[in-house]
Design a protein around this ligand. Sequence first.
Ligand code: NDP
Length: 507
Amino acid sequence: MSKNRRPTLTTTAGAPVPSNQDSLSAGERGPLLMQDYQLIEKLAHQNRERIPERTVHAKGWGAHGVLKITGDISKYTKAKCLQPGAETPMLARFSTVAGELGAADAERDVRGFALKFYTEDGNWDLVGNNTPVFFVRDPYRFPDFIHTQKRHPKTNMRSPTAMWDFWSLSPESLHQVTILMSDRGLPISPMHMNGYGSHTYSLWNDKGERFWVKFHFKTEQGHKHHTNAEAEEVVGKTRESFQETLYNAIENGEYPRWKMQIQVMAEKDAETCAFNPFDLTKVWPHGDYPPIDVGTFELNRNPENYFAEIENAAFSPSNIVPGISWSPDKMLQARIFSYADAHRYRLGTHYEQIPVNRPKCPMHHYHKDGEMNVYGGIATGNANAYYEPNSFQGPVEAPAAQEPPLRVDGNADRYDHRQGHDDYSQVRVLFERVLEADEKERLFDNIAGTWLDVPEEICERQLAEFKKVHPDYEAGVRRAWEKVKAEGRYKPNAAPISEETPQVAAE
Ligand code: NDP
């Protein structure tokens, strides 16, 4: 054995590389030779080091851990990973929504709270947020909403005008906007916030009974938030405050933990529930649906390679396992398609073969070739069984995994998405009963602080919506806005609105 214990540098094909210092030239001063393959490969790899960043949730922080079940919810679900005593390895990825990959962590934004549980029946992904509700209830509005959070096509800047224009025209957003602008809209780290499955999901048991559920993950580190002023200071010093806090805590053995709880609704109760229990802009009141303790998850291992394990991580609500299923929630139904599709585009058709996404249980399927098909073996386990039906012992379906029938409500009219919904009562409870007086003041200031250049007409439209929640809400924001004006900070932009908007014809 050589005394030199350092490994030999090789090409990606494994051949030893004679020089990694000097490019190969025809003469001392060049030009270079095409046959310097190692140089070409090096430059070509550099050009390909980035993959498409996520359209939303681009900036993220993650770690590995374990979910331990200490409660007994076996009467609701046959899911093996939710049975008493079960321990399931998992991956968590937290993120902001709007910021790009290099954006600062300490920005006011909703946080993604994505969990992947590697169960013995396949991967279960719960792709939630740190808020129990969302801005819209219908997926038709989702791409438009995200456009308002991203950059303006002409200025290439974020546009508070677009945000408030959309929100003020979408009263269903009031609940989420209030949470976003309250203290919980700016946590100090991923460890100091709750996670929520947000959507209504379902659990089903061995008897074929279905129950509607909400998933909650309560931080055991306590809620901690920045004010806007504190966050500005943090961002001035570091853009990576969330990454630093999570990474360092785990490196130091201070493993963050979250308590898992569910709320349960009997299947039939959904028909008589006073609000639409599948509406993503609503919570289920704890008084009516008390949280039940299920277990705890702990994050205890940092990724060895951030790109391989966090950037490549693909979470999708389409990943469920027997005993867990979806609900008629329209936003959930859309995400079942769009999240998996985002990964097919971003990572390649066979993105679930990338190690961090690969199930830890055996998998056998009839999907064949394509991008990222890097799995060495035959996906069916048998080279002759590459179609179905076959006579070669190829994989067969498992009828026991069939969930009970999902009853569909024939009254759901796709055109009435804003009729008959109460967009105000739950926000009123939050405002009146949950938020303390000092938090309300910060809420008012936070909102008015984003109106520095928003046209008056849009602000007034939003104030009218706040008034429908509570007169004090409107009065508080107006007061804070007047203060902003008195300080000379309000300079509404000249964006033409209403009928004066010039139409730009498509070429
Ligand atoms: P409860 O009084 O039983 O629950 C209020 C909940 O509000 C708390 O349990 C806590 O949720 C959450 N909360 C506490 N402080 C804040 C805060 N500063 N900002 C945002 N949320 C906070 O009442 P209800 O269940 O009837 O809910 C009342 C309102 O509370 C809802 O309309 C909703 O706006 C908000 N809320 C409700 C949740 C639910 O699932 N029922 C979850 C989160 C908020 P947690 O225990 O999850 O930390």
